[in-house]
Design a binder for this molecule. Structure first.
Ligand SMILES: [Zn+2]
Length: 186
């Protein structure tokens, strides 16, 4: 992930109001991303182009607030104020049309994963409907419906297993979380 380290920018003497500078990211010698950073009194402006998962390139402009704290041995150190949650952080990561801290992206990642697992469960149920099996990936599998072609049956079986495995992975993770919580309570 493309990250911006505020301490590094400070060390390089770039965080001075009125300053404009660029950053590029390369992968195997090819430029895969670039950003233009303009420093203002208490914030920076990030201008960059982004293509999300191979989609069209879009121009993005984000404003990120800066905060300064005094160091133990004199001097000051900068922090980003995460535009997503307001935490003071040293690193911001690039996401879809915005920069945010790792906490924000973990949350986004988790909810995205949950939707994928819900989707898998729904797809498995659709196949179960066609097979005349009771809904729910935790229910036992039925048999081949009378009159269904063997090849159709195997194709549906294969689809069902793929979707239910994906849904299972989510259920397993949820159970793991519950177990962890129970252990804490004990
Ligand atoms: Zn955040």
């Amino acid at each position: 992930m493309r990250s911006l380290d505020v301490r590094r920018l400070h060390r390089e003497g770039l965080l001075i109001a009125g300053n404009t500078f660029g950053r590029t990211w390369t992968h195997r010698g090819r430029e895969v991303g670039s950003i233009l950073i303009t420093v203002e009194e208490n914030h920076v402006q990030l201008c960059y182009r982004q293509s999300w998962r191979g989609g069209p390139w879009t121009d993005c402009v984000n404003t990120v607030m800066l905060d300064w704290s005094d160091c133990h041995f004199g001097g000051r150190r900068p922090w980003w104020f995460c535009p997503g949650c307001g935490r003071r952080v040293a690193l911001l990561y690039s996401g879809r049309g915005r920069y945010a801290c790792r906490h924000c992206f973990q949350l986004a990642y988790r909810s995205q994963r949950e939707t994928q697992e819900d989707l898998a469960a729904r797809r498995a149920n659709k196949v179960r409907d066609r097979l005349g099996w009771p809904r729910g990936v935790l229910n036992p599998q039925g048999e081949r419906p009378k009159g269904m072609h063997l090849s159709t049956y195997y194709r549906l079986l294969d689809q069902h297993n793929r979707h239910s495995m994906q849904a299972f992975a989510g259920i397993g993770r949820s159970l793991g979380l519950i177990n962890k919580r129970l252990k804490k309570i004990k």
